[in-house]
Design a protein around this ligand. Structure first.
Ligand SMILES: [Zn+2]
Length: 46
């Protein structure tokens, strides 16, 4: 479940396909994680 205080416009699978964090919807390489991201140290499995 996504933390309800974080608005995510896409599904986690879509976010992953965009290279974004599935937990907060941000793009860590360019904008870092959302301040409230529940999993800011998540690594993509590639
Ligand atoms: Zn995140």
């Amino acid at each position: 479940m996504t933390d309800p205080k974080i608005r995510v416009l896409f599904t986690p699978s879509q976010l992953r396909s965009f290279g974004r964090c599935p937990d907060c919807g941000h793009h860590p390489p360019t904008q870092d994680h959302h301040p409230d991201c529940p999993n800011p140290d998540a690594q993509e499995d590639t």
